[in-house]
Design a protein around this ligand. Structure first.
Ligand code: TRP
Length: 323
């Protein structure tokens, strides 16, 4: 039996891009496989950027509530908060001491910001070693990641091999499972959907807030209502395809081509598809968010199981080091 482990960024309430690109595929993988799966919210990594406790905490809750609302089964998946198993920082320190400074300077997480060094803290610099510790602490065999994380995974494999080589066989050297990201999820402006671009479709938002965003942020051309329109290439149509049934999509395409159907109608249809299509998940999400005690209990259950796996691994490492 193999162990699959992955970390989730805790950057706030997940949007449609997160759902289709990461949450759904990860839940499918966790539920269909015979393997054991570990999934955690990387709130310690968030601390490299977020410095308000209340925000950090809320972001973690929102991410946890979203995964649970989309059906993550916490009996089958060990689901926990990174900071609840603080042993990971001890391992991160050890790994830092076995990894060359020079190689860390090449990590994208640091390099991308290196031209503005005043924004870089030590935590951001050693980010890859905390990520390596996340993985090695649990003897993970496979790590599903997006392409942007491949370099970090390479560093994980590298530090594990270096340690094994110097100190004797200690760590499982993990393999990556690259997430297929062929499907680009467009944001409201047509660019790739991402929180930092402010172009997200927020599936858990209030219908009225969602309506405002769709109406305001999606720009359409000025083709008069009665004229035929081309669905392909329009942001509304492309988003609609991601959330509506095939029949409804075909119907929208037909109406647009026929004329007498405006972009305003299409926006309304998109809004309805999001509001109705995710109604039960939105309800579940809100239920979890109004019961933080229940969320804490879920995460504590996961942390306990995670700790049981982590402790022996950490002891193995301490022994090798000579502590
Ligand atoms: N750095 C990852 C990201 O930005 C999140 C992450 C942290 C992670 N620790 C991990 C992913 C361990 C996989 C394994 O998406």
């Amino acid at each position: 039996m193999a162990r699959i482990l992955t970390g989730i960024q805790s950057t706030g309430t997940p949007h449609l891009g997160n759902l289709l690109g990461a949450i759904r595929p990860a839940i499918e993988l966790a539920h269909q496989s015979e393997n054991e799966s570990f999934l955690f919210i990387a709130d310690m990594h968030s601390l490299t950027q977020v410095k308000e406790g209340a925000t950090l905490r809320e972001n973690t809750y929102a991410v946890a509530a979203a995964w649970l609302a989309f059906g993550l089964d916490t009996e089958r998946t060990v689901f926990y908060r990174q900071s609840d198993v603080a042993e990971v920082t001890e391992l991160a320190w050890y790994l830092n001491c076995f990894f060359p400074y020079q190689r860390l300077t090449l990590a994208h997480s640091f390099k991308d910001k290196a031209d503005r060094l005043e924004d870089v803290n030590g935590g951001l610099f050693s980010y890859p070693m905390l990520m390596a510790a996340d993985i090695l602490l649990y003897d993970a065999d496979f790590v599903p990641v997006g392409k942007d994380q491949l370099q970090h995974l390479e560093m994980t494999r590298d530090v594990a091999s270096r340690f094994n080589h110097k100190m004797g066989e200690t760590f499982v050297v993990p393999k990556e499972l690259v997430r297929d990201e062929t499907q680009l999820i467009p944001g409201l402006d047509g660019e790739k959907m991402s929180k930092s671009k402010g172009n997200t479709l927020d599936i858990f938002a209030d219908p009225s807030a969602l309506k405002k965003r769709i109406n305001k942020e999606i720009v359409t051309d000025a083709t008069p209502l009665e004229e035929p329109k081309t669905p392909e290439g329009s942001v509304i149509y492309n988003l609609y395809k991601l959330v509506a049934s095939n029949d409804d999509v075909a119907r929208m395409a037909e109406s647009l081509r026929a004329g007498g159907y405006g972009w305003g109608h299409a926006k309304k249809a998109l809004l309805e598809a999001v509001v109705d299509g995710f109604a039960s998940e939105r309800e579940e999400f809100n239920r979890w968010m109004s019961d933080k005690g229940a969320l804490d209990a879920e995460l504590a259950k996961g942390a306990k199981r995670a700790q049981e796996v982590a402790q022996p691994v950490l002891n193995r490492v301490r022994e090798k080091i000579g502590f």
